[in-house]
Design a protein. Structure first.
Ligand code: NAD
Ligand code: MN
Length: 817
């Protein structure tokens, strides 16, 4: 080719990065061992696996195949290390994290080349994106280690954390897992993905280099069925943090149900990329390239559904095809290459299978005219048009460089189409009209919304899903709570609290479970001891409370409510599946509650407090009648309940989000959004306070609720109907179904239109709720049968309740022309 030819074609020449240093690094060390207690050890099985270079299909390195015996060893190393690491001052942990960040930067080129060789992704991406973000994550979390004592008072580390990561961003996912875990004082056993372990092993070397205490980080390579499952089931593990597919996430939810292990799940997605007709189409084209051809589309938050306003669809599709024709695919180590290889032959086949299915389903396929390299696992950028929203390729995560395009006419249609998925990881909105973009962003059910940009990540801004994309956040302050727990939990779950209603004469509820830190209820009210009530039996049968109306139970049955002497004091309706369904429907229909002002919600909570105060005596007597506790004690429960309503009225307009400043020109608005419909099951202790303590924070944050009140003492909750009715609470915001707690909670937990489930009851009931919730991956908050002192202002109210009532959406708003 002569100079004139080059001028004509403007072709890029190859600009290969040398693989030699990375290959030498591998040669000197393989076969790799397992990293336990800061030492390299042979796997118990004595077996090794090949790690493949996907761009050639040839073996790259031999890695150890760990099994459950190695998991035992690693978990006990992490347990021993936790004894001291968990108590290491934040400043010391900060220094280690800072050292990790520095060493990542020192070894950045080796890490970038290794990642590219092992995963098949382009060096341009590993060098400019993966590795810098890894370093940034450790720097950012060094800061949180330093600030933990001041910023998270009353919290402690969870303990030993099992972490399981996918192959698409091997080192970055490791960083997202390990940095917050160490910052908060936990120790770690991490399993990299089967295909991509090498950068994790280089990371292990860095742990040795910086002198991290032995056992704080342990790395086990191997097969999912050997290592992953053993880690998930190991009784010595206190938390599982998982990133991967929704199916495996669901099986982990089931496997850990009832175990008390904390769990965070970052799962799949089918994220919408919405283009309005006033968008800057040239930017949109580059956006699409980043959204779906970045990392060969093997990105959980890939913008894989292109939703275009009808009038510009043809123009955009033509521009896209022209751009696709120019994409360069090939050797990942060539710096002029846009797209590398697919991680494995299995993954390649899966992409091919789904693409054929798309063709069969009648969508129109388009691929560039050039051919992919034949050596290695390559797949060309692919665009489907004429896709109908219900087809497989429009619904299923393909996890490859395949974009499906659909059209819409109005913004409302765009939102409906965008949310027409079981996932909710991310969304991208393109319009030059900022009013339109900021109107649409809150309506999208997704953890990240990118306005006129896409696939933006930063440690300061939490990442994670809505709906079946999982729960929990990585990054940001919100991500830290995945790795801590309230310090009081340990104290209380070891102590045994007597049930307050178990004894007719003694105010056992007020007796502290842990050595005197609680307020005895009697103290709050100045009462004489001589009150001996005599009541005629009350014959009142409250109905269900659904959609603001008192309705008869569908079953037509009632069940008796007893006092502690086993005398019948009333009946309540026996709710069934149908009542729950109606209640959930009503709660859904009341979603306008979230759109109202926080001021309005605060006003209604104050109004509820006011109306409860008017009837204080009646409510106290009702508690007394159901529980046999002394009047003063019952009256004080009412007092605390009124105060609790005030607390959440106060919080309603104060539990706000944040504005992050990641390193870009722009801002990220971290909005605390309600979760949606929350199903809640109340404890038997404190029939009134236990009920309001759950309902008030949830509705203060804009959720609507379906509540199953205490089964033993439901009348305090049903007495609240009149309080709700007189407090301007809109119909459907609070719905109450009485009856068999565990039967009804099962129905609620299985319901696909319930977004979160809170359960305060038995250990067994907790387990069943966690199991049943795996269906739509709803968030759960259960007590595993452990007591909680509802009177105590630390245990009974506050930020923990608010956090459980909200999920953070990060809206990225870049600016500048
Ligand atoms: P995967 O679920 O098959 O595997 C993920 C990890 O879990 C691997 O380390 C694997 O070995 C392990 N694993 C598999 N089965 C297991 C089991 N039964 N018990 C314990 N561990 C088990 O997913 P993948 O194919 O490696 O990754 C692709 C998926 O990950 C996609 O669905 C993608 O959307 C998702 N992903 C999500 C995020 C996010 O942050 N939400 C990020 C990256 C990838
Ligand atoms: Mn590999």
């Amino acid at each position: 080719m002569n100079v004139m030819d080059i001028f004509e074609t403007m072709e890029y020449g190859p600009a290969p990065e040398a693989p030699t240093p990375a290959l030498e690094w591998i040669q000197e060390r393989q076969p790799f061992g397992l990293f336990i207690n800061n030492r390299w050890v042979k796997p118990a099985s004595g077996q090794y696996l090949d790690s493949i270079n996907p761009s050639t299909g040839k073996p790259l390195a031999q890695i150890a195949a760990a099994n459950s015996a190695d998991v035992d060893t690693a978990v006990s190393a992490a347990r021993t290390a936790f004894e001291s690491w968990g108590k290491t001052p934040g400043h010391v942990r900060a220094r280690y994290l800072y050292a990790i960040a520095r060493h990542i930067q020192k070894h950045s080129r080796l890490l970038a080349v290794l990642e590219s060789l092992d995963n098949g992704k382009s060096i341009r991406e590993t060098r400019d994106l993966d590795i810098p973000l890894v370093a940034r994550h450790f720097y950012y979390h060094a800061g949180w280690a330093q600030l933990m004592a001041a910023e998270l008072p009353g919290y402690e580390p969870v303990g030993v954390v099992g972490q399981i990561i996918p192959w698409n961003f091997p080192l970055l996912m490791l960083a997202w897992k390990i940095a917050p875990a160490l910052a908060m004082g936990n120790t770690v056993v991490l399993k990299p993905a089967r295909y991509t372990s090498l950068t994790a092993l280089k990371f292990a070397e860095i742990m040795q280099e910086i002198g991290l205490p032995a056992g704080v980080v342990n790395i086990l390579t191997g097969e999912a069925s050997q290592v992953g499952e053993a880690l998930v089931r190991h009784p010595g593990v206190n938390k599982i943090a998982f990133t991967g597919s929704t199916d495996v996430g669901r099986s982990i939810r089931r496997a850990t149900a009832g175990s008390g292990k904390k769990l965070s799940l970052e799962l799949g997605g089918k994220s919408p990329f919405i283009v309005f007709d006033d968008a800057d189409l040239d930017s949109v084209v580059e956006g699409v390239v980043d959204a779906i051809w970045f990392n060969q589309g093997q990105v959980c938050c890939a913008g894989s559904r292109l939703l275009v306003q009808e009038d510009i669809a043809e123009r955009l599709v033509n521009k896209l095809r022209a751009r696709m024709e120019k994409l360069r695919i090939g050797d990942p180590l060539d710096k002029a290459v846009d797209m590398g290889a697919i991680v494995s032959p299995g993954q390649l086949q899966e992409i091919q299978r789904l693409v054929s299915q798309g063709v069969e389903e009648g969508a129109e396929i388009w691929q560039p005219s050039w051919a992919c390299p034949t050596e290695g696992y390559f797949f060309p950028p692919t665009l489907f048009t004429n896709v109908s929203p219900a087809t497989t390729i429009a619904q299923v995560e393909i996890f490859g460089p395949v974009l499906v395009a659909m059209t819409f006419r109005t913004p409302a249609e765009a939102v409906a189409l965008a949310n027409n998925t079981r996932y909710g990881l991310a969304a991208s909105v393109w319009s030059e009209n900022i009013n339109l973009a900021l109107d649409v962003a809150p309506k999208l059910k997704a953890g990240s919304v990118w306005i006129n940009c896409t696939n933006m990540f930063d440690a300061s801004s939490g990442f994670g899903g809505y709906r079946e994309s999982g729960f929990g956040r990585e990054g940001g302050k919100e991500g830290l709570y995945e790795y801590v727990r309230p310090a009081w939990e340990k104290v209380v779950s070891i102590a045994t609290t007597a049930s307050p209603s178990s004894n007719g004469s003694s105010p056992s509820a007020g007796e502290p479970a842990n050595g005197g830190q609680f307020t005895a209820p009697g103290e709050m009210i100045d009462s004489s001891n001589g009150f001996t009530p005599t009541f005629p039996p009350i014959d009142r049968t409250p109905k269900m409370f659904i959609k603001g109306k008192q309705v008869r139970p569908d079953s037509g049955y009632s069940q008796d409510v007893y006092d502690p002497e086993q005398r019948v004091i009333g009946q309540v309706g026996e709710g069934n599946r149908k009542d729950i369904r109606n209640a959930v429907e009503a709660a859904h229909a009341a979603s306008g509650w979230a759109a109202g002002t926080t001021h309005n919600r605060a006003q209604i909570l104050y109004y509820m407090a006011e109306n409860l105060a008017v009837r204080e005596d009646e409510f106290a007597r009702r508690i007394l009648q159901q529980t046999g506790r002394p009047y003063a004690d019952a009256a004080s429960e009412v007092q605390v309940t009124i105060s609790r309503l005030f607390s959440y009225a106060a919080w309603a307009d104060k539990y706000e989000g944040a504005v992050h400043r990641p390193p870009l020109r722009g801002v990220v608005l971290a909005m605390k959004e309600p979760i949606g419909v929350i199903g809640m099951v109340c404890s038997d202790e404190y029939p009134l306070l236990g009920f309001i303590s759950l309902v008030a924070p949830a509705i203060a944050m804009g959720n609507t609720v379906v509540v199953i009140p205490s089964q033993r003492s439901p009348l305090s909750a049903t007495d609240c109907y009149q309080v709700f009715e007189t407090s301007d609470l809109p119909a459907g915001v609070v719905n109450i179904v009485t009856g068999q707690r565990d039967t009804l909670s099962q129905v609620l937990a299985e319901h696909d239109d319930v977004d979160a489930m809170w359960y305060f009851g038995s250990a067994d009931g907790s387990k069943r709720v966690e199991l049943a919730s795996a269906g739509n991956m709803k968030r759960t908050w259960v007590n595993y049968g452990h007591p909680r002192n509802w009177l105590d202002s630390v245990q009974g109210e506050g930020e923990e309740f608010l956090r459980e009532s909200t999920q953070v959406k990060n809206i990225w708003v870049p600016y500048g022309e």
